[in-house]
Design a protein around this ligand. Structure first.
Ligand code: DAH
Length: 318
């Protein structure tokens, strides 16, 4: 009877309870062993045997239950390597950052050095030195954020041209990237936007001219857009800091899209930076960078650039 009961126990607690009822202070076996002295030899031997057997049985049942419990615990922890993994939520480079990396690679391969400048600019670097003195009508071309102390949020990376020439003199070949700020906001304009600026000045004898600018832009566009069939056209334009000034369009499908602005650096600008315009000349160019990025990656709304929406980033395809 007890043997069956031992075999049927399922848990260590049950087994312990049964053990106590047999071998505990008031246990059935304990009671019988106490009466052993009254038994004859045969009966004693039988009882001894039964006693030993029962103890062994308890022991082996305990081992069985322990093993079963361990196996159950292990089974619960087993890794199912055939289950689908959680989808990985990886960040990606912002298209603007990615495009800047590419631009840096391209312009550095063309011998240009990367320069930076402050986003809060003084009037001199942002306007005056760029041949745009106070009350110059061209100041109206840019809806400037003015700071109380008269400084401005940089409206154009052209300010970095001035800093570069003041610092390095001529000849020089630099480019700059950075945020610019203007009071405008719609699907293709953001109050904070990116520009890329370039400047190449050398001695008059080197005769750097507009066709060099166009050649450079052709190389840039074919590398940046990964196309061999780049078609450009120029339109006359006006900027206070270049003369002549041009805008360069690129054929995109059956449309002409504006690619950049540029021109020959105005002698006043060189002079303002301590460079003699009778000895040096060069070209400058500026890209409204975000539009280029939208074109390259087929993006529709510039406002998404600053929305910080990871789902949008994923739609950019990298
Ligand atoms: N700074 C001009 C703008 O923001 C763009 C530009 C035009 C830059 C002509 C240049 C340039 O370097 O030569 O509208």
């Amino acid at each position: 009877m007890t043997k069956e009961e031992i075999k049927n126990t399922k848990t260590l607690a049950e087994l312990q309870e049964l053990y106590t009822s047999v071998f505990g202070k008031n246990g059935t076996m304990t009671a019988r062993l106490k009466e052993m002295k009254n038994l004859d030899n045969d009966a004693r031997a039988k009882l001894n045997l039964e006693n030993t057997e029962l103890r062994e049985l308890f022991k082996s049942r305990q081992a069985e239950i322990e093993t079963a419990e361990l196996n159950a615990a292990l089974a619960g922890q087993r890794l199912d390597v055939t289950l689908d993994a959680e989808p990985e939520n990886r960040g990606t480079l912002h298209p603007v950052s990615r495009s800047f990396k590419e631009a840096i690679r391209i312009f550095e391969s063309l011998g240009y050095t990367l320069m930076t400048g402050p986003e809060i600019e003084d009037d001199w670097h942002n306007f005056t030195a760029l041949n745009t003195p106070a009350h110059h009508p061209a100041r109206d071309m840019q809806d400037t954020f003015f700071l109380p102390n008269g400084n401005v949020m940089r409206t154009q990376t052209s300010a970095i041209q001035i800093r570069a020439m003041e610092k390095l003199g001529a000849p020089l070949k630099i480019f700059a990237i950075g945020n610019c700020y203007r009071k405008e906001l719609d699907a293709t304009h953001s109050a904070m936007f990116d520009q890329l600026e370039g400047l190449h000045v050398d001695t008059i004898e080197k005769n750097i001219n507009l066709s060099d600018l166009l050649g450079t832009m052709r190389v840039f566009a074919s590398k940046f857009f990964e196309r061999d069939d780049v078609e450009l056209r120029i339109r006359p334009s006006y900027f206070p800091f270049t003369d002549p000034s041009i805008e360069v369009d690129m054929k995109w499908g059956d449309k002409w899209l504006e690619l950049l602005c540029g021109g020959m650096v105005h002698p006043n600008v060189l002079r303002n930076c301590g460079i003699d315009p009778d000895k040096y000349q060069g070209f400058a160019f500026g890209f409204g960078w975000d539009r280029l990025v939208m074109l390259k990656y087929g993006l529709g709304d510039i406002r998404a650039f600053t929305d910080s929406d990871v789902r949008w980033l994923k739609t950019c395809g990298f």
